[in-house]
Design a protein around this ligand. Structure first.
Ligand SMILES: Cc1cc2nc3c(=O)[nH]c(=O)nc-3n(C[C@H](O)[C@H](O)[C@H](O)COP(=O)(O)OP(=O)(O)OC[C@H]3O[C@@H](n4cnc5c(N)ncnc54)[C@H](O)[C@@H]3O)c2cc1C
Length: 443
């Protein structure tokens, strides 16, 4: 019997636990651990901040989801992980594991810029459920006394879809309430140009985004570094000052603190390095997926930014991890796979939206090109985003990871989640697996 712990029950961790349960015989034990009793569909948090949907509508109770599914549940914050001893600390207990799958998502680097909020600063965020609720509280007050609104991201940020979504949704909500004329709006981004999205060369995304911001009378400041935030004032590195009555500023992401303090496990930001199998290069019992995975930008930008790790990339990483663990344990016979790292990202702006497709997200290091990329605008994007949220929550309720019709739908779009690992990249991963399996069978 092998014990697999999945750390984090978010967009990556929950479907991965389901997929592991689906692939592995019941003799193997799977435990899901999370510091939040609820699963949250993070991409819908901007709607919560604008009071367009209650938080409860995008959350599910994890204990109920797991009932009768053969997955153990522990609610608690993981505070330490020892990759040599294969133990972790959670809720006052020490847990032993044979495999740990790390899916603890983004911890927010709120100390990146003085005054970055919400807890210790003056700006809002929509990166986790608690922050979305704080942002909503502040938004309600703002509607009573509107003034300048600044939406931005600080240097090192990597998730830019919500930046445009927040600014353009704010515009839409304010127009519908007849308040837009009272709110001068500015969008500040560290991207070298609007629509770069941390990956560059995204079809016509730059033109689409820039045109839309102009049409909606939102001042755009590109390639900019926010250097300080004080009450009602954002200062840029070039000395410009942006007054605000309400501001949402996205922070950089990092790995959770227990990962950063585990010696040799992560880089300085707490991101976990991986082999093509998504196994750790030095600790064969550790796999990781989602925002915690180390993905290095291929291109240096004047103001530093990170590579986005979107929902589809996260799901694909989870499917690859579950496949590769099941393969190591002899439950499936096919070769190891890796995620394709293709992304579909939908940004809803209320009366329109933009869908971005990057296949793959990281461009070929030799040619500098990706297979294809698409950016399309239309009202239908908003409808599809709503439908996708409902679909995702339904499959989580039903205990499904990625059903056949989702894979089929992706194939129609020319996309896939995982692919075989080319032979020349297999050797490292293979020897790691053999080493780990030997250890497991000797116990
Ligand atoms: C505002 C916003 C909008 C977005 N919109 C889109 C979009 O439109 N499309 C898209 O594809 N992607 C979008 N993304 C990105 C997408 O949400 C992420 O790719 C995805 O959530 C990453 O999944 P994850 O499992 O790595 O992290 P999460 O989904 O954040 O899950 C992490 C889990 O780990 C738990 N956890 C954290 N620390 C600990 C600990 N120490 N102990 C125990 N548990 C812990 C958390 O409680 C959480 O349950 C958006 C992101 C944001 C912030």
């Amino acid at each position: 019997m092998v014990h697999i712990v999945v750390l984090g029950a978010g967009i990556g961790g929950l479907p991965t636990a389901y997929e592991l349960r689906h692939l592995l015989p019941k003799s193997h034990c799977i435990t899901l651990i999370s510091d939040n009793p609820k699963f949250t569909f993070i991409p819908s948090l901007p709607w919560v901040a604008f009071d367009l949907t209650p938080l409860e509508n995008i959350q599910l109770d994890i204990k109920n989801l797991l009932w009768g599914r053969g997955i153990h549940w522990i609610e608690g914050k993981v505070t330490a992980l020892d990759p040599n001893a294969q133990t972790l600390h959670v809720a006052g207990k020490i847990i032993n594991y044979d495999y740990a799958v790390i899916a603890t998502g983004a911890s927010l680097a709120l100390d990146a810029v003085p005054g970055l909020g919400p807890e210790q600063g003056y700006t809002q965020s929509v990166c986790n459920p608690h922050h979305a609720l704080l942002a909503r509280q502040k938004w309600r007050k703002f509607l009573e006394n509107p003034g300048p609104l600044v939406v931005g991201a600080v240097p090192g940020a990597s998730c830019f879809g919500p930046l445009y979504e927040f600014a353009l949704l704010a515009d839409n909500v304010l127009r519908r309430r007849g308040l837009r004329h009272k709110v001068p709006m500015t969008l500040v981004t560290p991207e070298p140009y609007a629509g770069h999205l941390g990956i560059g060369e995204m079809a016509n995304s730059a033109q689409l985004v820039t045109r839309l911001l102009k049409q909606r009378d939102i001042e755009l400041i590109e390639n900019a570094a926010i250097s300080e935030i004080s009450p009602q004032k954002i200062t840029l590195a070039d000395g410009r000052i942006l007054p605000f009555q309400y501001s949402m500023v996205l922070p950089p992401f990092q790995g959770a603190s227990f990962l950063r303090s585990a010696k040799g496990l992560t880089d300085a930001k707490g991101f976990v390095p991986t082999l093509p199998t998504y196994q750790h290069p030095d600790f064969p019992s550790i796999y990781s997926l989602g925002v915690v995975v180390q993905l290095t930008p291929k291109e240096l930008t004047p103001v530093p930014i990170g590579v986005p790790k979107t929902g589809q990339m996260t799901e694909a990483m989870g499917m690859a991890v579950a496949h590769n663990i099941a393969r190591e344990l002899g439950a499936i016979k096919t070769g190891p796979v890796r995620p394709t790292l293709e992304a579909i990202c939908m940004a809803d702006f209320g009366d329109t939206g933009i869908v971005f497709i990057a296949a793959p997200v990281l461009r070929d290091p030799v040619t500098g090109k990706r297979r294809f990329s698409v950016a399309k605008r239309g009202r239908w994007v908003s409808w599809i985003k709503v439908a996708f949220e409902k679909f995702f929550l339904t499959k989580m309720r039903l205990g499904m990871s990625v059903p056949w019709f989702e894979r089929w739908g992706l194939r129609i779009l020319g996309l896939s989640l995982v692919e075989p690992i080319p032979n020349e990249l297999i050797s490292d991963s293979q020897s790691m697996s053999v080493e780990h399996i030997c250890k497991l069978t000797m116990r």
